[in-house]
Ligand binder design. Sequence first.
Ligand SMILES: [Zn+2]
Length: 301
Amino acid sequence: MKYLLLISQAWLLFFLPPQTPAQPAPAAVPPVSVETSLEANEMGRIPILEYHSIGPTEYRWTRSAENFRKDLEWLYNNDYVLLSIEDYAHDRYPIPAGKKPVVLTFDDGKPNQFRYLENGEIDPDCAVGILDRFHEEHPDFGTAAVFYLNRYPFGSVAEAPQKLAYLYQTGRQIGYHTLDHNDLRYLGAGGTLAVLNEQKKMLEKWMPEGMPLSTLAYPHGWGPAGDRQELSAMISVGLLIGAEPAYPLYHEKADPYRTPRIQAIDDEWLRHFGRPAGTIEKQDHPEKFDVFVSDGITDEI
Ligand SMILES: [Zn+2]
């Protein structure tokens, strides 16, 4: 990332007027234009970030609203563009040339992910409110984000149809997390499909027509033991909890039913992205620089 940061700063210098005195490095690097110098690498890895609660204070399973906004800023300033999990699952990469896809995922359908205020507006401090605001200010970042739901989507069955319609209209996705946060380890693929079918029946009562539903975040990260290929009857991708960026599904190292994610917590931002210290050197960790960069051609591979 240090390497990428240098590229970004080189661009900055290019545009600075010659009389400008030397300045300390800015805290936030401005976004690089579409004419980026990143080379296409469509065999590289993609971060699929995992969030749970969004709240006023940072805890183990809560990202503070302030840190969540900073995460989005950092991604935007480092050439990332949002990719939907359904696009990832179907090998579609509608990403401009030189940009890097990132997938945002939210587990457990918490009220702090999508909540209305008493006046009917979306709470600006819930995940959807923060994402909406960020998109208004940075329309080229995209809107995609997937919400993995249980029995009470965002804490309210009554509001579920309205919320799912809004998510669909604004380019967001939903996925399975099972009705009761079931432990799938002992169910086998067949038992897992039965549990998912139950949830599907319920979600279909609320989902707008055309909304896709083909991905599963395993509760606790545990999928069914044994062969998971049988899940393909309903599921295109099964997501784990940790702890690496994911290869595109056409890569030989990818297993769609064991797709890794990265928890969006400070330790993991540091480990995978060198943020904020910028301590990752390319010669020490070449794999961390094996990042998917789009060639800008929206072919289905
Ligand atoms: Zn969960």
